[in-house]
Design a protein around this ligand. Structure first.
Ligand SMILES: Cc1cc2nc3c(=O)[nH]c(=O)nc-3n(C[C@H](O)[C@H](O)[C@H](O)COP(=O)(O)OP(=O)(O)OC[C@H]3O[C@@H](n4cnc5c(N)ncnc54)[C@H](O)[C@@H]3O)c2cc1C
Length: 461
C-alpha cells in the first residue's frame, strides 16, 4: 500500500472507513485537524488517517487493518503525552477520545473506565458517591497513558499509585483479539501494563478500586525564593515520616496575580508548597503543620474542598496548545549540594511559565515490592520534574535547553532512569524508563503478546 497518498492507499483506507462504526478522519476532513493535535502544541505531526473508534470492536478492526497493511500505528488516549507518543507522521492513529464512558459500582467500590476517558470524567462519576481513586495532579490528563506509566497523584501516599488500584484491563492485542488482563488472567500482561508504559495492546476498559474520598484539606503556601533552601531542607526532614494521607509538591513558579498575594510579588519567581490531606479533615491541619506552618510566607490559599475541585485547580497552569518540553530526575535524597544546584537553576527559568516540581513518594507507594509491577522506581523517595513551558514556538529551544540543563545539574545525585510519565522524548522510552531487569522482562512479554512489534512502532519516532 502507498502509505502517503497513492490511489491504492485511498481505496484501502475506504475499506477501513466502511468497516468502522466511528468515522475515519483524513486530511481535509473537518475534525482531522483537531484530533491530530495533542496537548503539547510543539508536536505538529500528520497521521495518514485517524480512526475515531466507537467501541472495542472498532479498535480490533483498526488494529487488524494496520497489521495487515504494515501501517505504523499509534494510540491516542487523552493526548497529554508531552513527547507526543499518540501521533506520528504517516501513521494510522487510533483515537480513543469517544471511548470515555465511566461506570461506578458504588457498592463494590469499583469504577470501570473506557480507554479514552480523562481523569475529570472519572471524578465526575465517582465523587457524587464520595469515592475516588488515585488520578493525576491535574484533571485533564488521559486515564490511558497515565495508568500505563504508573500514575502519581494527590492520593498516592494513602491509596497507592494508579496502577496499584487497577483490578483489570480489557485489552485488544496485536492480532485483534480482546482479552482481559488481571491478577488471575494473563497475569504477565497485567504486570506489564502496570507501569510498562504501553506498547502491549490497546486498553479499551480499565477497572479500578475506589476509596472513600470526599473532601480534602488542600491548598498552597507561597514563599519568597530566598526561603527556598530552608524550605527544601524542612521538606526533606519532614516527608520521610509524614502521615500517609498527606502529599506535598513544591513548585518553583511565577507568583499569580491573586488577591492572597501582595501585588509587589505578582509575576516574581516564588516557591509554592502545594498540599493535599485526604484523611480525616480535622486531623490534617495539625499533621501538616511542620511544613504548612514553615517560615514567613507571602500568602496562602486553601481549605476543605471536594477532591475533584482540588484536582482541577492546577488545570489552568497547563493549557493545551502551548509549547512544552519536560524532563525528570529520580532521587534517593535531597542533599545540600543538590538543593543549591536546584535553586540556582530553578530561579533562572527563561520563561515565567516554566516550573519545577519537587515531588515525594513514600507511603503506600513504597510499601509494595519493587517488582510488584513494571513501575521501576516505587522505592525512590523523591523525583523532580523540570517543566519547560512557553506560549509559542519562539522560546521552545530556550526552555528545552533550560529543562535539560536543570536535569544535568542534578545528575550527580540522581538515579539512572526516568519515570515514564514525565519523560520528554520518545527516545527516553527506549532506554531510560526502566532498569535493565524490568526492561528485559517487559521485552519478553511484548514479544509474546505483540510478536510483530505492531505497538512497538510508536517508540521509533
Ligand atoms: C498537564 C499534565 C499533567 C500531568 N500530570 C500527571 C500526574 O499527575 N501524574 C502522572 O503520573 N502523570 C502525569 N502526566 C503525564 C501523563 O500521565 C502522561 O503524559 C501520559 O502519557 C498521558 O496519557 P494520555 O492518555 O493523556 O496521553 P496520550 O498522549 O494519548 O498517550 C500516551 C501514551 O499512552 C498510550 N495510550 C494512551 N491510552 C492508551 C490506551 N487506552 N491503551 C493503550 N495505550 C494507550 C499512547 O499510545 C501513548 O503511547 C501529566 C501530563 C500532563 C500533560
Amino acid at each position: 500500500m502507498d502509505a502517503e497518498s497513492g490511489h491504492a492507499g485511498t481505496q484501502t483506507l475506504q475499506r477501513l472507513a466502511d468497516a468502522l462504526r466511528g468515522p475515519l478522519l483524513r486530511p481535509g476532513d473537518p475534525d482531522y485537524e483537531e484530533r491530530r493535535r495533542v496537548w503539547n502544541g510543539a508536536i505538529d505531526r500528520r497521521p495518514l488517517a485517524i480512526a475515531r473508534c466507537a467501541d472495542a470492536e472498532d479498535v480490533s478492526i483498526a488494529v487488524k487493518f494496520a497489521a495487515k497493511e504494515h501501517l505504523p500505528l499509534t494510540v491516542r488516549g487523552g493526548g497529554h503525552n508531552v513527547a507526543g507518543l499518540a501521533v506520528r507522521d504517516g501513521s494510522l492513529m487510533l483515537d480513543l477520545g469517544a471511548l470515555n464512558r465511566v461506570e461506578v459500582d458504588a457498592r463494590a467500590r469499583i469504577v470501570r473506565v473506557e480507554g479514552g476517558a480523562l481523569w475529570r470524567d472519572v471524578d465526575a462519576a465517582t465523587q457524587p458517591h464520595g469515592l475516588a481513586t488515585t488520578g493525576g495532579f491535574v484533571s485533564s490528563t488521559g486515564v490511558g497513558g497515565l495508568t500505563l506509566g504508573g500514575g502519581v497523584g494527590w492520593l498516592m501516599r494513602q491509596y497507592g499509585l494508579t496502577i496499584d488500584n487497577l483490578l483489570s484491563a480489557d485489552v485488544v492485542l496485536a492480532d485483534g483479539r480482546c482479552v482481559v488482563a488481571s491478577a488471575e488472567q494473563h497475569a504477565d500482561l497485567f504486570w506489564a501494563l502496570r507501569g510498562g508504559a504501553g506498547g502491549l495492546g490497546v486498553v479499551t476498559r480499565f477497572a479500578f478500586r475506589l476509596h472513600e474520598v470526599g473532601e480534602v484539606l488542600a491548598g498552597a503556601v507561597f514563599h519568597p525564593l530566598e526561603a527556598a533552601p530552608a524550605l527544601l531542607r524542612a521538606f526533606r526532614a519532614f516527608v520521610p515520616t509524614a502521615p500517609e494521607p498527606c502529599t506535598f509538591m513544591l513548585v518553583f513558579t511565577a507568583a499569580p496575580p491573586a488577591p492572597f498575594l501582595p501585588p509587589r510579588v505578582h509575576g516574581q519567581r516564588v516557591l509554592a508548597l502545594a498540599y493535599c490531606w485526604s484523611g480525616d479533615p480535622t486531623q490534617g491541619e495539625q499533621a501538616m503543620a511542620p511544613l504548612t506552618g514553615f517560615g514567613e510566607p507571602l500568602g496562602r490559599v486553601g481549605g476543605a474542598m471536594p477532591y475533584a475541585a482540588w484536582q482541577q485547580s492546577f488545570d489552568v497552569h497547563a493549557p493545551a496548545g502551548d509549547h512544552y518540553y519536560w524532563t525528570t530526575s529520580i532521587l534517593d535524597g535531597l542533599d545540600d549540594g543538590l538543593i543549591d544546584a536546584l535553586v540556582l537553576k530553578a530561579a533562572m527559568a527563561p520563561d515565567p511559565l516554566c516550573e519545577v516540581h519537587v515531588h515525594h513518594l513514600g507511603g503506600v507507594v513504597a510499601a509494595l515490592p519493587a517488582d510488584a509491577s513494571a513501575f521501576a522506581h516505587r522505592d525512590a523517595p523523591f523525583f523532580i520534574n523540570a517543566i519547560g513551558h512557553a506560549q509559542g514556538p519562539e522560546k521552545l529551544t530556550e526552555v528545552r535547553e533550560w529543562a535539560r540543563e536543570l536535569r544535568s545539574s542534578l545528575l550527580p545525585w540522581a538515579r539512572e532512569g526516568m519515570q515514564p510519565n514525565f519523560a520528554g522524548e520518545a527516545a527516553d522510552w527506549q532506554a531510560q524508563t526502566h532498569d535493565a531487569a524490568t526492561r528485559a522482562r517487559l521485552e519478553g512479554i511484548r514479544r509474546k503478546y505483540d510478536p510483530s512489534g505492531l505497538f512497538g512502532l510508536v517508540r521509533r519516532d
